[in-house]
Design a protein around this ligand. Structure first.
Ligand code: SAM
Length: 336
């Protein structure tokens, strides 16, 4: 089987596809209050274009694909994309990151189409607070979505929470306790100063060490190995069915294990979330370039993948014309 390695001998086998920059929520830490100007329909890659990229990627060694956004479930005919990607030879794992609002409606058909798992982003179990953080979202809809996903076998369910001091940090232990009686993978994501918005502040940021200390007041946390665990480091509370994970982009760079490329909804490959370097695939796709050129651009993205990130710093690279650096984009544009 083919394997794609970057300059630092990391095997790159994971492609995260942002399939839309539109979202049905306006989370305070992700989007500015006024929202973002969504890309025009024709600027967004078509499903056929996305499928072509995944096929070429799979031929090079991509094995895992995640659909994200924006909110992936807001894009029409999503099950067509899921079933088409699932049929691609070499793709072993197909998952989705969603806010869960539309999951109740789609869980069964997504599962039938071949989606393996979902990660659901959920930052509060308090309906009023959830509405505030998401600027209008319904917690009830998300909880029904999670239940439907479980029923449809989109497991293990991963819940992503971004703890923020003074906003939802008083719920961290309750979220961790969810793992005592369910097999959820409860992941705490360090609040990142990502994208364009100005919501991030050092005061709101809570480090993984602080989160762990808080959770360990429930019971000791024992490290566990979880298959395909990516950047999360997982632990189990004594006697718990599920596990607690930490994604520590800021305090513990997981760059040495980074196995991913990101594709933005408008067709730019981003070798690193925190680097503003992008490689333009869309122009090549739309000017009739053969697969060999798309393959060259995928390889180029891997070649320029930085050894580590430097949040907030702009990396200026010179080189082939498909390569550019852009102004910071909000997470909804890149795909978190
Ligand atoms: N709409 C989908 C969702 O809500 O899961 C997918 C896109 S969203 C950008 C993907 C993930 O990025 C979510 O789990 C969200 O919590 C996370 N995220 C967005 N901005 C973040 C930030 N500044 N720091 C940490 N995580 C962030």
């Amino acid at each position: 089987m083919k394997e794609l390695k970057d300059n630092f001998l990391r095997v790159i086998d994971y492609l995260r596809l942002s399939i839309t920059d539109r979202c049905n929520l306006r989370c305070v830490y992700c989007m500015p209050p006024e929202g973002i100007v969504p890309s025009k329909h024709k600027e967004i890659l078509t499903y056929e274009e996305i499928i072509r990229i995944v096929k070429i990627g799979a031929g090079l060694g991509v094995r895992k694909v995640r659909l994200t956004g924006g909110e992936p479930l807001t894009r029409k005919n999503i099950t067509f994309l899921v079933s088409s990607i699932k049929k691609i030879r070499g793709i072993e794992d197909l998952s989705m990151t969603t806010n869960g609002v539309l999951l109740e409606k789609y869980a069964r058909e997504l599962s039938d189409a071949g989606l393996d798992r979902v990660n659901v982003s959920l930052d509060s179990y308090n309906p009023a607070r959830y509405r505030e953080i998401t600027r209008g979202g319904s917690l009830d809809a998300v909880l029904r979505g999670i239940a439907a996903a479980e029923k449809a076998g989109l497991c293990p369910i991963k819940i992503n929470m971004v703890p923020m001091r003074g906003i939802n940090d008083d719920e961290v232990k309750d979220f961790a306790r969810l793992t005592l009686n369910s097999d959820y993978q409860m992941r705490f994501i360090e609040f990142m100063p990502a994208g364009d918005n100005e919501y991030w502040s050092a005061d709101r940021y809570i480090s993984t060490e602080q989160l762990k200390a808080e959770i360990e007041t429930i019971a000791p946390l024992t490290p566990v190995r979880v298959r395909k665990n990516g950047p999360s480091k997982y632990f189990r509370l004594d006697g718990a069915k599920g596990v607690v994970g930490f994604i520590s982009a800021i305090t513990h760079h997981f760059c040495e294990d980074c196995n991913r490329l990101r594709l933005t909804s408008d067709g730019k490959l981003r070798p690193c979330l925190f680097s503003e370097t992008e490689i333009d695939l869309k122009t090549a796709l739309r000017s009739g370039e053969p697969d060999s050129e798309i393959e060259r651009l995928l390889r180029l993205a891997i070649q320029v993948k930085p050894e580590g990130h430097n949040i907030g710093n702009t990396i200026a690279l010179k080189g082939p014309s498909a390569l550019s650096t852009t102004r910071k984009r909000p997470m909804s544009k890149i795909g978190g």
